[in-house]
Structures are given as C-alpha cells and as structure tokens.
Design a protein around this ligand. Structure first.
Ligand code: P6P
Length: 336
C-alpha cells in the first residue's frame, strides 16, 4: 500500500512483504542506497562552488576521463554498501573487476550482489546538467564464499531482485522497483528525507518524444535511420519532439513521465552501442518494463540477454511500448 508523501523509510517497512524471501536485508540494502544517494546529492548540488568538478586527470576502465565526482560517488556507494554486511560483492563502472566484500566467506548474511553506475552522464557535471546513479541488485547464486563473476555477476536481467536510479536534477529523486511496480521518491533537502511523490509510475503506452544523438545519424544502421525519418514525418501526432540531454537517467525519467522513446543504437562507430548491459541497460529495462514500457537491443528483450562480460556494451532502445515496437518493426524491415 502506498500513500503520497509517505517517507521512503515508511514505504519500505509497509511493503516489506514484497521481499518474500528476505528477512529485511533487501530493505536494509535499499536504505543504504538511500543514504549514499543523499551524500552524493550533497556534493553534486555544490559541485560548482568547490573544487570537486573537473577531471582527476585519470582515465577509468571505460577509457573515459574520470571526473572527481565520479570518484567521490563511487567511493561513497562502495563504502556504504560495504558497511552493511548484506552485499558479498560490488561491480562498478569505475572499477575494472568486481569488489569482494569481506565477511562473505563467513555466513549467509551477504547474499546480494550490486552492480552500479555511480554517476552516469558525468560529462554533464561541469555544464550543470542533471546526472544520475543507476543500480542493479541480484541474489548471489554461489552458496558461500568469495562471489564468482560468471555465476554471481553475469546474470541475465530477468533475475534482478531490485533496480533503481537516482536523478540529481532540479530535485533529487530515487526511483526503484523490486518487481512490484515502480515508485518515485523526492528528496526534501531541508529534512534529508525522501517522500513518495510518484506512486506506481506508468510508462505512457504512446508518446511523442524521441531521444537519440542525431549527430550519429550517418553512422546508424538503415532501420534506425528509417525510424528517425518516421518520427520526423508530418502524420497523425508526428513529427515527434526531439529531446536528448546526453544523460541516460534524465532522458528516460522524462520519457517515463511524458511518454517517449530513448535509443542508443549500434553504429559504424560503436558496433555494439555505447551503454553497458549490466549496470545501465538491465536496471533501466527492469524499471521500464515494471512501468509498462518495453526495452530491447532492437531485436531481443534486454533482460533476456546472457551477459558475457562485466562491462559489455549493447544497443539499447526503451520507452513507450508502441514506440519501441514501431522502431523494432523498422529494424526488422531493413534487415529483410
Ligand atoms: P553520447 C553518458 O556518458 C551516457 O553513458 C548516457 O548517460 C547518455 O545517454 C549517453 O552516454 C550519451 O552518449 O554519445 O550521445 O554523448
């Protein structure tokens, strides 16, 4: 049961029943993410005022220029999740390999693994555009001891027990699912408390926003080019509106509220696309599907893809069901 303005803490307690097999650990895990998000939010909100924006001058595992807030956010989430003795391992966009949490060998408490993009869209930090955190939670498969990459981390998205994102925007929101719908909580910074502001979020079946980096148009496969032209034709509720701010969490959050489609397709520049399956596409796909939308790589449901690597990239199309299906239609037609 959810009530507008219920606090996140009350919501978790009242919906404890959702986590049937968990005797409170998953609730505590969500709570620790809530705390870490508050700490990151505090830094993001004052990034322009102190010397924490800009680059640390290092390159992360993605070959991307690591921003100071990236490093800060990564450390905060890892530290907060480590302190709770619920998680046996963490995989992060910022780390080449996963991190084993000490204590996983000793008992069954640490039965979850977390995959996280601690600060997605970080290239937007210095220009004051919204950024986000994305997280994905699984139960470990191996019974005990140090988690194993193949079994515990490379699980298909349809085995996620929870997923969510924090969008550090005009307000800070935590949006998550445990497989029982999607709920959005807005942070009241004065009180440091999240309140239920968007109960039972639903992706509009239809929409008129398309989000894609059209600067890559010439490199897209024919089917994507054909779909983009379809979006721009004058017919019915088209041409659609083009909205793309280069921050995955913000682009999808907006489209989930207003209706729309987000695409990061493969191209001649990026043969498997840019977005990472494990800590960007799978968690966002879980949320999108739980809200009634659709998420695929253009052909296959994202959450059915079998992961092969922690940092693997896949083409990503998600949003309003009818819009994603129309895009998939153009992709299939161009292949035949
Ligand atoms: P491009 C940010 O780096 C990110 O991973 C997503 O948040 C965003 O949607 C995408 O990449 C933007 O990529 O190539 O359009 O700048």
């Amino acid at each position: 049961m959810s009530r507008i303005n219920q606090s996140l803490g009350e919501f978790i307690i009242e919906n404890q029943g959702e986590f049937a097999y968990s005797s409170g650990e998953l609730s505590r895990l969500i709570n620790s993410i809530r705390l870490a998000a508050k700490m990151v939010n505090h830094e993001v909100n004052k990034a322009g005022l102190v010397d924490i924006t800009g680059s640390v001058g290092e390159i992360n595992t993605q070959g991307e220029d690591q921003q100071k807030l990236d490093v800060f956010a990564n450390n905060v989430f890892i530290q907060t999740l480590t302190n709770r003795e619920i998680v046996c391992g963490i995989a992060s966009e910022e780390n080449e390999d996963f991190i084993t949490i000490a204590g996983s060998n000793s008992d069954h408490k640490n039965k979850y693994v977390v995959l996280i993009d601690p600060l997605d869209g970080s290239s937007n930090i210095d220009v004051n555009v919204s950024v986000g955190t994305i997280f994905s939670i699984y139960r470990r498969i191996t019974p005990l001891g140090t988690p194993v990459k193949k079994e515990d981390f490379l699980q298909p998205g349809n085995l996620q027990v929870a997923a969510g994102y924090i969008v550090y925007g005009t307000s800070t929101m935590l949006v998550y699912t445990t497989g029982h719908g999607v709920n959005g909580f807005t942070l009241n910074p004065a009180l440091g408390t999240y309140y239920l502001s968007h109960p039972n979020m639903r992706f509009p079946e239809e929409g008129n926003i398309y989000s894609v980096n059209e600067g890559n148009y010439v490199h897209f496969p024919q089917g994507i080019k054909d779909y983009i032209k379809y979006c721009q034709q004058e017919e019915g509720n088209r041409p659609y509106t083009s909205r793309y701010i280069g921050s995955l969490v913000s682009d999808i959050h907006r489209n989930m509220i207003k209706g729309g489609i987000y695409m990061y397709p493969k191209s001649s520049k990026a043969a498997t696309g840019k977005l990472r399956l494990l800590y960007e596409c799978n968690p966002m796909a879980f949320i999108v599907e739980q809200a009634g939308g659709k998420a695929s790589d253009g052909e296959t449901r994202i959450m059915e893809l079998k992961p092969t690597d922690l940092h693997q990239r896949v083409p990503f199309i998600c949003g309003s069901k009818t819009m994603v299906e129309k895009a998939e239609e153009f992709i299939a037609k161009a292949k035949n």
